[in-house]
Ligand binder design. Structure first.
Ligand SMILES: *Cc1c(COP(=O)(O)O)cnc(C)c1O
Length: 336
């Protein structure tokens, strides 16, 4: 099967597994695991941040960040398409007890003027606006990169107002490779960033939350409460270290593959439109009257897996386990 359901389906390579086996281990809840500490440190440093926290998933790194910033009665501003709102099990309400102010934007990109329009006045009727959260790349926007000029504007406003700014950077490395923006520059705009290593980066497990020393100190407490304190997790952290060294630059290959599939989809009679492919995510709209489930079944019969992405929409994601030959097979199979 050519599995394009997500970039989370990648399996660790033999080289990555061998590197994992060499990890020096300790009990990370006692902060005794040197490999976890090294991974947190190099990830944080790369983005110019003071500290990092290794967690089992990107949902956890996002939710921990939100829990550090928010309490009941507070409000976070984000896009209506944001992962933190749509795909984390209602975690903002459940874990932080905070309310969410959604900016409606199909692209998943929200602009400073919209953020300003949604900040509540200091009036007891309203929840207290406490946080702005962005996503890069934007998953539901078809993997597009957040325009850097917009990030700059939002970050500059947030700094002046002392409003924290969080980034869900599950696929931030894809955005950095695509835009050639330096990690340190990107890091300078945000108070905290959540980074996933179990997607295009190819690790089996793991996300890292980065921020200031003080922020990560608080985050470490929250991680323990959520049951995310792991013991000899250096074996997993070493997969992340391997990914940082070996799997960043090659993301451009996934982007090229996605472009090739985009072109083939546009020629397919079932497809009306494809969101402009910038990185490794392809979101295709079916012609009116066609069902995503039928399209997906047709692909499955050809040995290709994709997922429905809302009504009449299908998503495919390229990743490091998809070869040039696989891409050619996908292109061939789309000739209907
Ligand atoms: C995958 C993803 C996450 C985190 O997901 P986990 O499966 O919990 O690691 C967060 N945000 C975005 C945009 C994602 O795509």
């Amino acid at each position: 099967m050519i599995d394009l359901r997500s970039d989370t389906v990648t399996k660790p390579s033999k080289e990555m597994m061998e590197f994992m086996m060499q990890a020096e281990l300790g009990d990370d809840v006692f902060q005794d695991d040197p490999t976890v500490q090294l991974f947190e440190e190099i990830t944080a440093k790369k983005f110019g941040k003071q500290a990092g926290l290794f967690c089992p998933s990107g949902t956890m790194t996002n939710q921990i960040a939100l829990m550090v910033y928010l309490k009941p009665g507070d409000e976070v501003i984000c896009s209506s398409e944001a992962h933190i709102y749509n795909y984390e099990g209602g975690g903002i309400a459940r874990n932080s007890g905070a309310s969410v102010r959604l900016v409606n934007r199909k692209s998943g990109i929200i602009y400073l003027e919209e953020i300003l329009d949604n900040i509540n006045p200091d009036d007891i009727h309203y929840p207290v606006t406490k946080l702005v959260a962005l996503e890069n790349t934007v998953n539901r926007g078809g993997g597009i990169c957040y325009p850097i000029e917009e990030i700059e504007k939002i970050a500059s406003y947030c700094k002046t107002e002392k409003m924290p700014l969080h980034l869900d950077g599950a696929r931030l490395f894809n955005a950095l490779v695509k835009t050639q923006i330096k990690a340190e520059k990107m890091g300078s705009f945000f108070d905290s960033i959540s980074l996933c290593f179990s997607k295009g980066m190819g690790a089996p497990v793991g996300s890292v939350l980065i921020g200031s020393e003080d922020f990560i100190h608080k985050a470490r407490r929250v991680r323990k409460v959520l049951g995310g304190g792991m013991r000899q997790s250096g074996i997993l952290a070493n997969a992340g270290i391997f990914a940082l060294e070996n799997n960043i630059d090659r993301l451009s290959i996934d982007h090229d593959h996605a472009k090739i599939i985009e072109k083939a989809l546009l020629k397919c009679t079932w497809i009306k439109n494809v969101l402009d492919v910038e990185t490794n995510i392809i979101v295709a709209y079916l012609e009116d009257g066609f069902l995503a489930s039928d399209f997906i079944e047709k692909l499955a019969n050809n040995g290709i897996l994709a997922i429905p992405f809302g009504k009449g929409r299908v998503r495919m994601v390229t990743h490091l386990d998809i070869s040039e030959i696989d891409v050619a097979r996908v292109v061939d199979s789309l000739k209907f």
